[in-house]
Structures are given as structure tokens and as C-alpha cells.
Design a protein around this ligand. Structure first.
Ligand code: WT7
Length: 633
């Protein structure tokens, strides 16, 4: 392991932090020196937030997989890189050493090349949480193809949107997946998606379930067939530090999900640096993150961060409640997990099953407990700290985003002071601030504001694929000279940050991000719908849940039937994860005279707080509010 990267005390953190802000180029240049480059950079950083243009390690050449695999072979060739735990505890574990993972990645890299994939081509990956997902991601990176992983819970229409936007040449999938007691036919969903796509030349299918699978002659290929004759050595493509590494689609407050672009050099440096410091990983530790590789958490903290560090990373195919609510704790016990990263929504749902499940397992191996994806409420924090961590583990509440590539605000293992519900301090190199309504920086403590960052860090997004202006407008145009997160935060007298939630039209359901407009557009594709408005409201387990107010074209139609149809529409346009929990049919929506929907009022009604809806007399139709309140769910 790259010990030189590891901060060992809180005082050392404070010194490093100061230096990183005063001399960012020296600071990151020294860190980058510890990685394997095929050519050293000429300049560490050039940037402006007005275009925006951010470039790190300019002129540097590297391949991220040489850092994640090749450079470990001499010293860690026989160390376990990946422990894969199947959905069903009765099935066999897979363990791959660094050498075995290296060989599998090389072999699949060669197979991709054979199918005509070259540097710069986009490859979509729609796979379950099986080792082949990690292998496919790394194989793309090895040959310089841009991977775009699509979470295997998205619908055919969502796949098509992503494939088309990225103009992907190849998509990699499997016959189906296991998730708890359910199976999902992934290849069939891909086939449906591809009816809406023209760029795909090949579909590579991994056999997970031995299901009878229709294969289209000339287009579809079995994973096992195409690797059969390939060598287990493959020269890594030489990449520019600023060449694209991957695209990951994520929702925003407007329009369709956008493709967040990350590049090779900065992403490599920052994911490894943040991994090692946030989790305080030591050479023989076993690290487990429960996220899916379909989200950024899995990219940065199952695949890249841990592997570049030379860690042993656990990957789990299943869900927290199958076959029972002790599954997470059983896996920690089974492998002696030392660092564990999960989401507040998982903690809250397991809390509801009671402590007995935690008590049945030996969790003494745990040192650091991570939380990610949404604000963690005090009750969940305490439960995690007391019942899982036995009051002796550090809790790190890691705040970051798909766009930031890596953790921005968090404690560093047990080095930092802990305060329940506070993400805490910025990592070295991260320069947060709070802005007020006018865009002025708030200097006082114990105040709330819009969370922004003042300067770039190595893994900041570079663009949104195919639409740079959208990137500028979404993140850099609200406040001139700042990256705007879309989150509200509070800073206390100690300078620690506490996240409050999104301040834009983004809803976070169980850590999954959706735009209200995205869900409305999906609902509106149903021909019975005239108009809809979607808001988020607090939910005890999911964090937030979705409430849809819908105007039907025929108010007398069977509302049960309409509801079922709308649910079906959302499931097929986006995926089951975006189905509104509450659907209220209304005769009108509260609008201003200029026709803007008053979401503030709808949010209050969804929250069940109708005591102070503000002045509704200026609305186009004030009576409609009364009707909505009367029938609220
Ligand atoms: C949004 C980003 C971070 C990777 C997983 C989600 C919310 C994330 C925290 C946290 C409070 C958090 C924010 C952010 N969020 N982590 N520790 N405390 N809120 O990535 O899908 O890009 O979502 O998740 O609202 O903006 P994402």
C-alpha cells in the first residue's frame, strides 16, 4: 500500500489541509507522484469555473488499471483483491487474487478489442452485482473505452436513453439477475431497449442464471465464448490524464438524466487518496461497501479507490433483508470486515427489524462505519454507533455526489471528532463555503446556506456528455466562480458541516436521485394524464418519498385503474424505483398567474403541514388549494 498517502493524526490532517488550500499544485503534485504514470505531467492544474474548464496533471499519461492491478502484482499478486458474496448464502463465495483479477480483466479486454472496441468508444454495462461487472468496468478502462454503467433496476426506456445519448457501440448484460427472492430478465429488457437504439453493434451476455435466452445472430455473443481463446495478458492503452474514463448518468432538476463525465488522472488520484484516508485502510483489512456499482459509490469505493490502494474489497450480490434482516451482519462476521460503508436508508430499514439480528453475529472486527447518500438522522446514527459499532467504532458520514467523484466532507476514520448527523470537515484539497440568497459568502458560524466549493479538486466532473453548456448552467452558473452542489448545509461553531437536504427539484429516495421534472415527464406520457406535479416528502425509512398530483383527462374515470396504469407507466419509463408512493388525482394545480406551479404549497401539503400555506390569494385559482388539502393522502 501507498503508506505515504495516509494521514495519521487529526493535527496532521489540519496541517495537510492548510497546505492543500494554500498550495494546491504542490500538494496534489506530491500525492500524484506516488502513482504509476507512463509519462509525468507538465503542469498540475489549470482551471476556470466560468467555461468551466478544469484540467489536472496536464500532459500526464497513465492507465488507471495499471495502478489498480499491474503495480500490485509484484507485492500483492496472491493477496485477495475481491471477495464476492452471492445473493443466496448457500451458494459459493468467489475470491480473486490480484493476479487472478488482472488475468480476467486482460482476457476480457482482449475479447472487447476483438469485437472492434477501440479507445474512446462507449460501452454500456447493465449487469447484476457479479464479479464480471467489476471485470467489465476495468477491461473498458484498460483498453481506453469509456464505460457507462446502468443500474440494473432501470427500465428499457432508461437504458435506451443512455445508450443513445452516449452513442454506445457495445452493451454488456446477463441473462438475468438474482435480487433477494426475485429474478429479473436483464437480457429481455436490453432487447426491448435496443428496439429504440441504432448505435449498438454487439450485445455481450454473461450467463448468470442458465436461463433460455434468445440470441440475435451476428449481434449477440456469450461472454464465455468470446473469452475462450483470449490471452490473459493485454497491454494497457496509454491514456491522457484528461481522457474520459467513464460516463455516469444522474438526475437533475430539469430534463433527462445527464451524463456526468470523469477523466482518468484526477479521478484515480482522488478516489485512492480519499479511500485510504476516510476509511483509514491498513494492509490486511477487509473492506466492504454495500452500494451497487451502478451508482458512483460503487465506482469510486468498490472498484477504483480500494483496488488502486491494493485493498481487499467485498462485493455483495444481494439485499440487506434476504434471506433475513441479519444478512449484512452475517457477512461482516463471515469475512471479518474491518471497514463497512452503507446507506442511512438501509440502516433505518434494518433498525425496524430489531436488534436481535445484529446481536446474533460477531462484529468485533469492525473499526470504521461509513454512511453515504443522504443525511443520516440522529436515531439511525445512534443505532449504528451503539448496536453495530458497539460504541467503539468511528462513524464517517461521507458527503459527496456523482459529480464530485469522491468524498468531499467526512471524518477520517477515528482521527476526527464525531458529531451525530454532521458530515464534519472537508477533506484536504476541498474548499467548501456557504452562500446566501444573493450569492454572498456567509462567514458566521451556526448558520445555513447553499453549499458550494470554491476551487477544483482532482475528481470534479469535467462536463456533461455531449452538452457542456448544460454542465455550466447546472453547476457553475448559479453563483459566479463557485461549484454549486444543490444542497443546503449548516456550519457550526467548530466549523463542522451538517447537510440539510437538496434545495433544488431533486428528490432523494433511498439514496436514489430523481428530478421532479423527470418523473412528471414519465407520468405525462400516459395518455390519460393532462398534467402532473411531483414533490418529495419526508419518509421514515426512505428518507424521502414521491408524491404525485395528477390531473386526468376524464375526472370520472376509474381512479384505481388510472393509478395502476400510471404506476406501470413510471415503471416502464424510468424503473420501479421511481414509482410515486402517493398519487392524488386533482382537478387543478396551484399556479401563479404566469402559470408556474407552486411546488412550495404542494410540498407542504405532502408533508401534512397545511397550517401555514402562505398567501394563496394571488394564485390563478385559489380554490384548487382547498380541494387538494381536503383530499390529501
Ligand atoms: C446527493 C448526491 C454520494 C454518493 C451517493 C449519492 C445527498 C450524499 C450525503 C451525506 C447528506 C448526502 C446530497 C447529494 N448526499 N451523501 N453524507 N449527507 N446528504 O450520490 O446520487 O450523486 O447524490 O446525495 O443531497 O447532493 P448522488
Amino acid at each position: 500500500m501507498n503508506n505515504s498517502l495516509q494521514i495519521r493524526t487529526f493535527e496532521e490532517y489540519q496541517e495537510k489541509y492548510k497546505r492543500s488550500i494554500e498550495h494546491p499544485e504542490l500538494f496534489w503534485g506530491e500525492i500524484a507522484e506516488t502513482f504509476k504514470w507512463q509519462r509525468k505531467w507538465d503542469k498540475v492544474l489549470e482551471w476556470n469555473f466560468s467555461e468551466p474548464k478544469v484540467e489536472w496533471f496536464i500532459g500526464g499519461k497513465l492507465n488507471i488499471t495499471e495502478n489498480a492491478l499491474d503495480r500490485h502484482l509484484a507485492t500483492r499478486g496472491n493477496k485477495t483483491a475481491l471477495i464476492w458474496e452471492p445473493n443466496d448464502p448457500k451458494d459459493d463465495t468467489v475470491r480473486l487474487t490480484y493476479r487472478e483479477l488482472y488475468e480476467k480483466v486482460c482476457q476480457f479486454s482482449n475479447a472487447l478489442k476483438k469485437q472492434g472496441v477501440v479507445k474512446g468508444d462507449r460501452v454500456c454495462i447493465y449487469l447484476p452485482m457479479v464479479p464480471e461487472l467489476m471485470i467489465a468496468v476495468l477491461a473498458c478502462a484498460r483498453i481506453g473505452a469509456v464505460h457507462s454503467v446502468i443500474f440494473a433496476g432501470f427500465s428499457a426506456v432508461s437504458i435506451a436513453d443512455r445508450v443513445n445519448d452516449a452513442e454506445a457501440k457495445v452493451i454488456i448484460t446477463s441473462d438475468g439477475l438474482n435480487r433477494g427472492a426475485k429474478q429479473v430478465p436483464l437480457k429481455r429488457i436490453v432487447d426491448e431497449a435496443l428496439e429504440l437504439c441504432t448505435s449498438i453493434e454487439h450485445v455481450i451476455v454473461y450467463n448468470c442464471l442458465n436461463w433460455p435466452t434468445e440470441m440475435k445472430e451476428g449481434r449477440d455473443l456469450w461472454w464465455n465464448d468470446i473469452i475462450a481463446d483470449e490471452s490473459t495478458e493485454c497491454q494497457a492503452e496509454m491514456m491522457d490524464a484528461e481522457d474520459m474514463l467513464f460516463i455516469l448518468y444522474t438526475s437533475g432538476s430539469t430534463g433527462k438524466p445527464k451524463g456526468v463525465v470523469h477523466t482518468c488522472g484526477g479521478y484515480m488520484v482522488y478516489t485512492a487518496y480519499s479511500f485510504q484516508n476516510v476509511f483509514q485502510y491498513e494492509e490486511n483489512d477487509i473492506y466492504w461497501c454495500t452500494a451497487d456499482i451502478g451508482w458512483v459509490t460503487g465506482h469510486s469505493y468498490i472498484v477504483y479507490g480500494p483496488l488502486i490502494t491494493g485493498a481487499t474489497t467485498v462485493m455483495f450480490e444481494g439485499i440487506p433483508t434476504y434471506p433475513d434482516a441479519g444478512r449484512f451482519w452475517q457477512i461482516i462476521d463471515k469475512y471479518g470486515v474491518n471497514q463497512f460503508l452503507t446507506a442511512p436508508t438501509a440502516i433505518r430499514s434494518l433498525m425496524a427489524f430489531g436488534e436481535e439480528h445484529v446481536m446474533s453475529y460477531d462484529l468485533h472486527s469492525l473499526k470504521v462505519l461509513g454512511s453515504v447518500g443522504e443525511p443520516i438522522n440522529e436515531e439511525a446514527w445512534n443505532w449504528y454507533y451503539v448496536h453495530v459499532g458497539k460504541e467503539r467504532c468511528a462513524i464517517v458520514d461521507t458527503f459527496w455526489q456523482t459529480e464530485t467523484g469522491g468524498v468531499m466532507l467526512s471524518g477520517l476514520g477515528n482521527l476526527s471528532p464525531m458529531k451525530p448527523t454532521f458530515a464534519g470537515y472537508p477533506l484536504p484539497g476541498i474548499h467548501p463555503c456557504l452562500l446566501d440568497q444573493e450569492g454572498k459568502e456567509i462567514e458566521e458560524s451556526d448558520t445555513e446556506g447553499y453549499l458550494c466549493f470554491k476551487a477544483p479538486w482532482p475528481s470534479i466532473l469535467r462536463t456533461t456528455y455531449g452538452d457542456h453548456e448544460r454542465c455550466r448552467l447546472t453547476y457553475f452558473a448559479y453563483y459566479d466562480g463557485y461549484y454549486f452542489t444543490g444542497d443546503g448545509a449548516r456550519r457550526d461553531a467548530d466549523g463542522m458541516y451538517r447537510l440539510i437536504g437538496r434545495v433544488d427539484d431533486v428528490i432523494n429516495v433511498s439514496g436514489h436521485r430523481f428530478g421532479t421534472a423527470e418523473i412528471e415527464n414519465a407520468i405525462n406520457t400516459n395518455s390519460k394524464v393532462i398534467e402532473s406535479a411531483v414533490v418529495g416528502y419526508p419518509h421514515p425509512i426512505k428518507g424521502q418519498s414521491i408524491y404525485a398530483y395528477i390531473i386526468l383527462d376524464d375526472a370520472t374515470s376509474d381512479s384505481q385503474l388510472a393509478r395502476a396504469e400510471i404506476i406501470e407507466t413510471v415503471a416502464s419509463e424510468i424503473g420501479k424505483i421511481a414509482i410515486p408512493e402517493k398519487i392524488q388525482f386533482v382537478s387543478g394545480l396551484p399556479k401563479t398567474r404566469s402559470g408556474k406551479i407552486m411546488r412550495r404549497i404542494l410540498r407542504k401539503i405532502a408533508e401534512g403541514d397545511v397550517s401555514n400555506l402562505g398567501d394563496t390569494s394571488t394564485l390563478l385559482d385559489p380554490l384548487v388549494v382547498e380541494e387538494i388539502v381536503k383530499n390529501a393522502l
